[in-house]
Design a binder for this molecule. Structure first.
Ligand code: SIN
Ligand code: FE2
Length: 232
């Protein structure tokens, strides 16, 4: 009779990639597993509601005539390449959903966790969130988040399938870069000297989502930002 293999003690886990908080570049911090499964499910539900309207989730049209492979819906301010507005003139003309107060709180707690400083989130007032859905084939090319008129950090939350997230430099979209895996529940912050670093998502790994995340397939990414814009 075969004996069951002894359980591996946690201290000697053979996990090839211990998932610990890591500062990938100055101001660019990865906190694996920051969201609980319950928080992930609640966020998925909120995103499902926003995806239905008032401005439906869709593929953003690019100025060159192409469309983005991710599908996007926004809250607070509507983003399209180079511009934020309150109404989605490139979709259905409707006003975007309000930015919820609970998301501000989540953003503040995210910064405190990422920078391991309870004061880091104080006064953080994100006023827009871009919600991107990646199916197994979607990706995002290297770009800077620079349509905001603010250098406040970008807070990114990932749910569902794991992806490869590529962090480059502030200089250009080419090497050097660092590839990391963003899994369900992970927090990533682009702040400080990395606020305007180039970044992208070259690949999603289909079928890697934990069903407990509430997402059966694909990847959701939520980025909170401060637009620096005023006006109702
Ligand atoms: C983005 O760059 O806006 C999204 C990044 C991600 O999906 O992780
Ligand atoms: Fe971005």
């Amino acid at each position: 009779m075969k004996r069951a293999a002894p359980a591996t003690p946690v201290l000697f886990s053979t996990d090839p990639q211990p998932r610990l908080r890591a500062e990938i570049a100055p101001g660019a911090v990865h906190v694996p597993g920051w969201l609980t499964p319950e928080q992930q499910r609640e966020l998925v539900e909120a995103c499902r509601r926003w995806a239905a309207g008032p401005v439906p989730m869709r593929h953003t049209r690019l100025p060159n005539g192409g469309v983005m492979s991710v599908q996007t819906v926004c809250v607070g301010w509507h983003w399209r390449p180079y511009a934020y507005s309150r109404t989605a003139e490139d979709v259905n003309g409707a006003r975007v959903a309000e930015f919820p107060g609970w998301m501000t709180e989540l953003g503040r707690r995210a910064l405190a966790a990422a920078y391991e400083d309870p004061a880091a989130g104080e006064g953080y007032a994100p006023d827009t969130a871009l919600i991107n859905f990646y199916d197994g084939a979607a990706k995002m090319g290297m770009h800077q988040d620079k349509d905001e008129r603010s250098d406040a950090p970008v807070v990114s939350l990932s749910i569902g399938d794991t992806c490869v997230f590529r962090l480059g430099t502030t200089v250009g979209r080419t090497r050097p870069w660092t590839d990391i895996q963003l899994a369900s529940g992970d927090l990533f912050v682009l702040g400080g000297p990395s606020r305007f670093a180039y970044h992208g998502v070259p690949r999603v790994h289909p079928g890697t989502a934990d069903p407990a995340s509430g997402l059966a397939g694909g990847r959701l990414n939520i980025t909170m930002r401060v637009t620096g814009l005023t006006g109702v």
